[in-house]
Structures are given as C-alpha cells and as structure tokens.
Design a protein around this ligand. Structure first.
Ligand SMILES: O=C[C@H](O)COP(=O)(O)O
Length: 251
C-alpha cells in the first residue's frame, strides 16, 4: 500500500496571525514537495490568515482542537461547523497536552472524531503512553485502548482517512525521541488494532505518524521505517528552514 507521507507542524500556543502569514511566505514553494502532504496546525486566531496565505499552494491548514457539539452554550469553544466555514482541512484531536491539562478523555476524543467527520475535517488523532506506563510494559495496551476509542463507530471509509499520531508522552519536547525501531513496532501494533476493528485494506490505508522530538536531523531515520508515514512535529515546526527540511526529509 502506497500511503502519502504527511508532515504536520503543531504550533501549539505559538504565533500570531501576522506571524503565521509571514511563515507561509517563507515556506511556500519550498515546503511543497511532490508526494508529501504538508499541514500546518495553528492556534484558532491564526487560522483565517493561514487559510488565506496558503491559497494557491499545496499546503494544508489544521486546527489543534474542536468541540464535539456543533453549537451551543459552551463558552470559549470552537466547533467543526466553524472550522469548516473557515476552510480548515485537518484537526488534531486528543493531543496528550489536551488529555493532561484540559480533561480530554477517550470518550471526548471519540465524540470529536465523529464531529470532525460531520464537518469534512480530517482528524489527526494522538495516542501514546506516559513514561511510567512504558516502564510498566503497558505501551501497547495504552495505545490499543486509545486507538479503539478513537475509531469506535466509524464507517470503514471514514476510518481509512484518519491520521493517527503515535506520540510517546515522555518524548514530547524533551529531546528524548523514541528509537525509530521502537516507534515502528508500536505503530505496526496500532495498525493491527485498526485491522482487528475493520479489515486489512482499511488498516493499510490509515496513515500513522510518529511524534516526539522529531527534528530535521532524525526525520529520515523515522521515514525509513515501513510503518511510519510521517511526523507530528512541535518545536521543530516553528522555524521556516526547519519546517522545510522536515517536509523534504519525508520524501
Ligand atoms: O504535537 C507535537 C508533539 O507534541 C511533539 O512535540 P515536539 O516535536 O516539540 O517534541
């Protein structure tokens, strides 16, 4: 199965609208590599400027969260209706920072994945274990439970479009990345969980990224692994030159 590699920059809570537009000015053309999908996931306030800036390019825009309801009395929240209205293509769901600091659970992740599909957004669903879970030998079990929740109730045609980001929590922003072989093994396991829920053809279409201290210096190592289809990148996606090198490294 030939899966198109996908590099997604997760800017987290960095960059204003002006800075986002300037970033696109620096990377357009260069971070557009044939055969690689390139996505920038920005704070909500930068999304309109980003959608405008990427017009006429192959760059795609993602949000970093959405609410699972379409509208309602949810002060401070943003829905799939609103993201779709802006022209956003992707949305990160269940990032470990949201699970840790904003009470995101497997249940809300599942509802958010369904909300994303209702509004034609491709979910990038994050799964991954904490350090103590890895040390207790629970990595696969944690990833299985999170993956099953994320794919629960989807049609196979929807499941095939989901992007999964395997991010061991101890590797995020720490400079301690998982070895490419370890990440490949866990990602292969996540694919087997999807196969068990759906079928082999569906599982083979799902793109599964690695995330956690990915840099231009190690992207090729990850991409050389058969199960790894790209990366979800935080810190190293913030500088134009570094982002371009990541996209080039995914070819
Ligand atoms: O979403 C991205 C991940 O949290 C990885 O962040 P990082 O590349 O800064 O380690």
């Amino acid at each position: 199965m030939n899966r198109t590699p996908i590099i997604a920059g997760n800017w987290k809570m960095f960059k204003t609208a002006k800075e986002a537009a300037a970033f696109v000015g620096e990377v357009k053309g260069k971070a557009e590599v044939e055969g690689v999908q390139s996505v920038i996931c920005a704070p909500f306030t930068a999304l309109p400027a980003l959608v405008e800036a990427v017009k006429g390019t192959t760059l795609k825009v993602g949000a970093q969260n959405l609410h699972f309801e379409d509208n309602g009395a949810y002060t401070g929240e943003i829905s799939g209706v609103m993201l779709n209205d802006l022209g956003v293509d992707f949305v990160i769901i269940g990032h470990s920072e949201r699970r840790a600091y904003f009470a995101e659970t497997d249940e809300t992740v599942s509802k958010k994945v369904h909300a994303a599909f209702r509004h034609h957004l491709i979910p990038i669903v994050c799964v991954g274990e904490k350090l103590e879970e890895r040390e207790a030998g629970q990595t696969k079990e944690v990833c299985r439970v999170q993956t099953e929740a994320a794919f629960d109730g989807l049609a196979a045609t929807e499941a095939a479009q989901v992007v999964v980001a395997y991010e061991p929590i101890w590797a995020i922003g720490t400079g301690k990345s998982s070895t490419a072989e370890d990440a490949n093994e866990v990602i292969g396991y996540i694919r087997s969980v999807i196969r068990d829920m759906f079928d082999d053809n569906t599982a083979q279409q799902v793109r599964i990224q690695y995330g956690g201290s990915v840099k231009p210096a190690n992207i090729r190592e990850y991409m050389s692994q058969p199960e790894i289809d790209g990366a979800l990148v935080g810190g190293a996606s913030l500088e134009p030159a570094s982002y371009i090198a990541l996209v080039e490294g995914a070819k």
